[in-house]
Design a protein around this ligand. Structure first.
Ligand SMILES: Nc1nc2c(c(=O)[nH]1)N[C@H]1C(S)=C(S)[C@@H](COP(=O)(O)O)O[C@H]1N2
Ligand SMILES: [Mo]
Length: 317
């Protein structure tokens, strides 16, 4: 099913079937780079500009604002973290095949003047769907570039009118142990929960994603609606959300409950603060051979660094 997105604020690309574009590897070959070399990172933006005048099929239309080329649909949908289905990233896609995301309702409440329950089709109608090409940096030190479709979380929050007492936003994934066998695991406190400070939630980068590559969200990526917070480690970007609650208490999160010394509440991407068990200085971009340096705030510092003025980011990991 194709996706009803309308505006394209990040980088123009016509609504063209993904097959019409060169794959990431073809592009790297065509551009004459040795796959995965540091030269690619340095040169990609220039290449994207130089080819700007040529027809869509000859240029990498799906690039982010740094010129990084989007991962293929196949890569994005076959290497997933979704513990409700499996802890094996390559097994998630097949295990999520029969998950049925419709009908679906999203309940938005808590400290708001106007609590509401939305059907997924209401959300698609109420909020113009945009395309946002974001880097996703997993705390496990791999990354991808993903062309999401969706709308700013801020638009939804404004509609329900948070009260002045609301300081945090709590998110909850669906609980369906019959369909999601991973939810039978006693090692995790289901349902998956996440949280943001309200100013983080209101930042324009924070997206409620309903699709990718112009298609409805694949089940393995969090159908029908998931959060995307691109300057934070991937585990903050909670999938298949059924509940959003405004609160004055900092929410419990699944990962900070399981391993508080490894996964904090903020979880901002930070190459200077290592995970207790591995370095966060570099990452493996799926589809590339050599590692690239990890960027502070995953490269989104201009938009978000001010949110953390005066905070010691080495303590608030
Ligand atoms: N409900 C839920 N959301 C989740 C996860 C999960 O296991 N369950 N994994 C997280 C992690 S660790 C990452 S890296 C991203 C992966 O998103 P992707 O599979 O769409 O690339 O989803 C995040 N959201
Ligand atoms: Mo992750």
């Amino acid at each position: 099913m194709t996706h009803p997105y309308k505006s394209v604020p990040v980088r123009s690309s016509e609504i063209t079937p993904k097959e019409a574009y060169l794959s990431r590897r073809d592009f790297i070959k065509a551009a004459g780079f040795i796959a995965g070399s540091a030269a690619l990172a340095a040169c990609a933006p220039e290449v994207a500009e130089n080819t700007g005048g040529t027809p869509a099929v000859d240029r990498p239309a799906f690039t982010d604002e740094l010129g990084d080329v989007a991962n293929t649909f196949e890569e994005i949908t076959n290497y997933n973290n979704y513990y409700e289905f499996s802890t094996n990233k390559e097994a998630v896609a097949s295990l999520a095949k029969n998950f049925n995301p419709s009908p679906w309702t999203l309940e938005v409440g808590g400290m708001v003047n106007n609590p509401q329950t939305f059907g997924i089709e209401d959300l698609l109608k109420l909020f113009p769907q945009e395309e946002r090409i974001y880097r996703l940096r997993c705390v496990e030190a791999w990354s991808m570039v993903i062309p999401w479709n969706g709308f700013p979380l801020a638009s939804l929050l404004k509609m329900v009118e948070p009260t002045s007492a609301a300081e945090y936003v709590r998110f909850e994934t669906v609980y369906r142990p019959e369909e999601m066998k991973g939810q039978g695991s006693p090692f995790y406190p289901w349902p998956y929960q996440e949280g943001l400070r309200i100013d983080e939630a209101m930042n324009d980068l924070t997206l409620l994603a309903t699709g990718l590559y112009g298609e409805m969200m694949p089940t393995q990526n969090g159908a029908p609606i998931r959060l995307v917070v691109p300057w934070k480690y991937g585990f903050k970007s909670i999938k298949s959300i059924v509940k959003i609650e405004l609160t004055d208490q900092r929410p419990q999160t699944l990962w900070s409950t399981v391993a508080p010394n490894e996964y904090g509440f903020y979880a901002n991407v930070n190459p200077n603060v290592d995970h207790p068990r591995w370095s966060q200085a570099s990452e493996r971009r799926i589809g590339e051979l050599s590692r690239r340096e990890t960027l502070m705030f995953n490269g989104y510092g201009e938009q978000v660094a001010a949110l953390y003025d005066g905070m010691d980011l080495s303590l608030h990991y």
